[in-house]
Design a protein around this ligand. Structure first.
Ligand SMILES: C[S@@+](CC[C@H](N)C(=O)[O-])C[C@H]1O[C@@H](n2cnc3c(N)ncnc32)[C@H](O)[C@@H]1O
Length: 191
């Protein structure tokens, strides 16, 4: 990532431990959506493990850095305004980190194919004491991700609270599978 992009994307370059933990749940050869991918830390992680990844973000400069990465289809698109860019598409895994736009929750969930995995982690209320994001618009309410999932999803893991790494923050995170899905073996937390 160039310095200019790194400066405009102050999010960590290392993949999230939450995402790494649940990556083994995605069937080998599956398709993955990195939603609001930024510099594509998770698109790169999944592509390096052999998955085909669609990485979407409205930041053309960030998306361009992914264009030449094998197995990544990098798309510049607005996920909040205008026609829905993922209409009719389904993925074996959808990864969302450090991003929240509530009006598209239903469209986002529809991108998880039957039996597919949703891995979602972002900031929640309380994070304002540690820094940004600090606006309620960008901060999940307690338990909010559980509330939006509905009967189509089985929650495998859910956490909310203060984390110390990569920096102190208040986060909420969920891993859920869309039905129909077999009972799933949970990857160990240390992985
Ligand atoms: C904090 S970054 C997170 C990036 C990545 N998910 C990660 O965790 O490394 C938020 C991302 O959301 C993208 N974003 C914000 N609004 C967007 C929109 N309307 N459409 C598409 N992407 C958007 C930004 O360009 C930015 O890359």
């Amino acid at each position: 990532m160039s310095e200019a992009i790194a400066a405009s994307h102050p999010h960590p370059a290392e993949p999230s431990a939450w995402v790494r933990r649940f990556l083994p749940l995605v069937a080998p050869g599956g398709t993955v959506l990195d939603y609001a991918c930024g510099g594509g830390r998770h698109a790169r992680l999944f592509a390096a493990r052999g998955f085909r990844v669609v990485a979407v973000d409205r930041n053309a400069e960030a998306v361009a850095t992914l264009a030449s990465v094998p197995r990544i289809e990098a798309r510049c698109a607005d996920l909040e305004d205008g026609p829905w860019p993922l209409a009719g598409e389904g993925f074996d895994a959808v990864v969302v980190t450090n991003y929240l736009f509530r009006p598209r929750f239903a469209d986002l969930l529809a991108c998880v194919a039957p039996g597919g995995v949703l891995i979602y982690e972002t900031f929640m209320l309380g994070n304002e004491r540690f820094g940004r994001p600090a606006s309620p618009e960008f901060l999940l309410r307690p338990g909010e991700l559980l509330g939006v999932l509905g009967a189509d999803f089985t929650v495998l893991a859910f956490e909310q609270g203060i984390v110390e790494r990569p920096k102190a923050a208040v986060v909420q995170r969920v891993c859920a599978v869309r039905r129909p899905a077999d009972t799933t073996a949970l990857p160990p937390a240390s992985e």
